[in-house]
Design a protein around this ligand. Sequence first.
Ligand code: FES
Ligand code: FES
Length: 183
Amino acid sequence: MPHTIARPEVTPQEANPPGSTPHTQSSSSVTIPVELNVNGTTYALSLDPRTTLLDALREHLHLTGTKKGCDHGQCGACTVHVNGRRQNACLSFAATHEGDTITTIEGIGEPDALHPMQAAFVECDGYQCGYCTSGQIMSAVALLDEAIGPDDADVREAMSGNLCRCGAYQNIVTAIQTVRGKR
Ligand code: FES
Ligand code: FES
């Protein structure tokens, strides 16, 4: 049974410790109550209405597995599932997700019980630095329920919204095709 957790706000000192680069969240003192259901738990937050889903996850819920790359919908590092479909968390406001079921990389597997896609990425060496990897895996898991063709080229097209600066694409495709039973 999902339960509700009230999260204390991150203080400005916590958000921007001395010597750090201030993050992009607004300094507005206007906040609104927002309930988010993430990985089966409902969190009661008080957020600046302009807070993106990505910042809510990372800065308020401290679910830092979801990465911020471009913050402009161009890299896919922030991919999460919203009601079972993949979505860039940097492109929508958290307040618009009340009532949605949100899943992050922390919600699909555990270190000792990996999701088959996580295991396949490890097995196939589908990463180098790892920064894009959680987004790649979240896209890849969602792709399993999408109507895409059987070939590597189909997977590449379906994964084209997830960029990898390390160029691990071939092994990423191999991992996905292994889970799809195409290898
Ligand atoms: S951080 Fe969201 S698409 Fe790049
Ligand atoms: S593994 Fe480094 S960006 Fe993809």
